[in-house]
Every structure is written in structure tokens, then in C-alpha cells.
Design a protein around this ligand. Structure first.
Ligand SMILES: Nc1nc2c(ncn2[C@@H]2O[C@H](COP(=O)(O)OP(=O)(O)O)[C@@H](O)[C@H]2O)c(=O)[nH]1
Ligand SMILES: [Mg+2]
Length: 199
């Protein structure tokens, strides 16, 4: 992964003609910053702020003792897929107070990967609701935490009230290959939708 940050990756080749915007979304501490950081070939831009007493009532840290910072804005990463195509990854918080940011961020986005945590599946509804509101197609990736229970896909689908066509995968946001597979599941879904729309 060190090589992904090699200096020859910092500048985009001038052959790149298409940029695609993909969102990586989910509730607090679900692994968005980790996911974007794992996949980005440039050192990801991130805006994190130490949780303050003032914010303690807003960002619920219950059950996530390892977490001492919360993202207040966005993560941004880049992944060059071919000589012509580059993906921009935008990690965004699901907190409802970022409504304005959501409107801007969803503009031009091809789709979103919703990260979910089986310990707190109910907390994914806000973010899925926001995506539906903004008509952004999405796939769901359960980010595996060591102490999180694992459930059969069918139960997760039911708990999240997913449409039958919505892809559901599991990933480890710390792992490049696993995160890539989650991204591929989303892109394949977007391609299928596009093909159906053009039929
Ligand atoms: N065990 C495990 N821990 C993870 C995984 N992804 C993220 N974490 C940890 O979970 C915490 C929250 O992740 P972070 O990326 O900051 O969440 P964000 O608030 O959604 O950006 C961090 O301490 C990460 O190191 C994962 O796939 N497995
Ligand atoms: Mg974050």
C-alpha cells in the first residue's frame, strides 16, 4: 500500500479524460475515512476534529470507545483506473445536520457505497434515506469489525429493508483488496442500471 502513495501517482496523467465521482457514506465511526484512505492513491484529504464536550450530545460515542475524533466535513481520495479514467472518492458523514453538504456532494455522483456496521444497522437508515432523497443509487457494504455479530445476508437485507436489486457485500475497510471488491460491486450495479435504462 506504500506504493499506492508513490510520488509518480500524485499528478494525474494528461491522458485522463473522464472523472467519475463515487460517494462513500455511512454513520459515525463506520469506517468511511479508513475506506477512502485504503483506496486512495494520493494522501487523502480529510477534515477531522477532536470530539469536544460541546459535540458530545450530537455524535454518540456509546459503544465505540476507540473513537476520539469525528469527521465534521469530508474525506477525499483519488483512484486512477486506467489511462483515461479516474475515480474521485468522497467520504461523507451521514449526520443529518450536514444537509447542505449533502446537496452539493451528491451533485454529479454516479453512486454511493453505504458502509454499515452490524452492531448498529439501524443507524444506516438516515444515510440511505438521504441517498434516496437525492436519487443516488447505492450498494451496501458491511464493514467487518472484530466484535461485531455476523448475520446471514437475508437478515441484514431485511433489517436494512433493502430492495432485492441492491447489492450487499462485506468488506474490511482496512484492506485494499476487500475494499476494491466492495467498490466493484457498486460499479457493476451502476453498469447494470445504466444498461437497463438504455434498453
Ligand atoms: N476492526 C475494524 N476496524 C475498523 C474497520 N474500519 C475502520 N475501523 C476502525 O474503526 C474506527 C472508525 O473508523 P473511521 O474510518 O474513522 O470511521 P468514520 O467515522 O466512518 O470515518 C477507526 O478506529 C478505524 O481504525 C474495519 O474494517 N475493521
Ligand atoms: Mg471519518
Amino acid at each position: 500500500m506504500g506504493s499506492a502513495l508513490a510520488s509518480d501517482h500524485v499528478y494525474l496523467p494528461d491522458t485522463v479524460s473522464t472523472a467519475a465521482k463515487i460517494l462513500v457514506v455511512g454513520h459515525f465511526a463506520v469506517g468511511k475515512t479508513t475506506f477512502v484512505g485504503t483506496l486512495s492513491e494520493i494522501r487523502p484529504l480529510r477534515t477531522e476534529e477532536t470530539l469536544s464536550e460541546a459535540g458530545a450530545h450530537i455524535d454518540d460515542l456509546a459503544g465505540v470507545p476507540e473513537k476520539s475524533t469525528t469527521t465534521v466535513a469530508m474525506d477525499f481520495g483519488r483512484l486512477t483506473l486506467s489511462e483515461e479514467l479516474v475515480l474521485y472518492l468522497f467520504g461523507a458523514p451521514g449526520q443529518k445536520r450536514f444537509t447542505r453538504l449533502w446537496r452539493d456532494m451528491t451533485h454529479g455522483a454516479l453512486g454511493a457505497l453505504v458502509l454499515a456496521d452490524t452492531r448498529r444497522l439501524d443507524q444506516s437508515f438516515d444515510v440511505m434515506g438521504l441517498l434516496e432523497e437525492h436519487a443516488v443509487p447505492y450498494a451496501v457494504a458491511v464493514n467487518r469489525f472484530d466484535d461485531a455479530p455476523s448475520y446471514p445476508d437475508e437478515e441484514i437485507r431485511e433489517a436494512l429493508d433493502l430492495l432485492p436489486e441492491t447489492p450487499l457485500v462485506t468488506c474490511d475497510a482496512r484492506d485494499r483488496i476487500s475494499s476494491t471488491h466492495a467498490l466493484i460491486a457498486l460499479v457493476q450495479y451502476l453498469q447494470t442500471r445504466l444498461a437497463q435504462e438504455n434498453m
